[in-house]
Design a protein around this ligand. Structure first.
Ligand SMILES: [Zn+2]
Length: 96
């Protein structure tokens, strides 16, 4: 499984790849960074608290496992950030 923390621009790049290659699955999980990162796609700085996506690229032979919670907070509403997003529960916004 390939894993990346991605900025909005790189997230869109991955989103465009969803379903493109049979046997390859892409999972995008939105959250806010728990510490300072740089985007794994383009190296733009992503300071702590930035809304990003955790991208997993996996196949049957290299299956998905959860890893996102070590890097991002999925429920910004509970941390006092962006409370309007609470209703959306976007922890799996690109499952298919
Ligand atoms: Zn990027």
């Amino acid at each position: 499984m390939k894993r990346e923390i991605t900025c909005a621009k790189c997230t869109e790049r991955w989103r465009a790849m969803v379903g493109k290659y049979p046997g390859e699955e892409i999972k995008l999980v939105e959250g806010s960074t728990l510490k300072d990162f740089i985007c794994d796609g383009c190296a733009v700085p992503l300071p702590k608290g930035t809304t990003v996506h955790a991208m997993s690229l996996y196949t049957e032979r290299t299956p998905y496992f959860p890893w996102e919670d070590d890097f991002i907070a999925r429920e910004p509403a509970f941390r006092g950030l962006r409370p309007l997003l609470k209703e959306r529960a976007k922890d799996n916004d690109a499952k298919e």
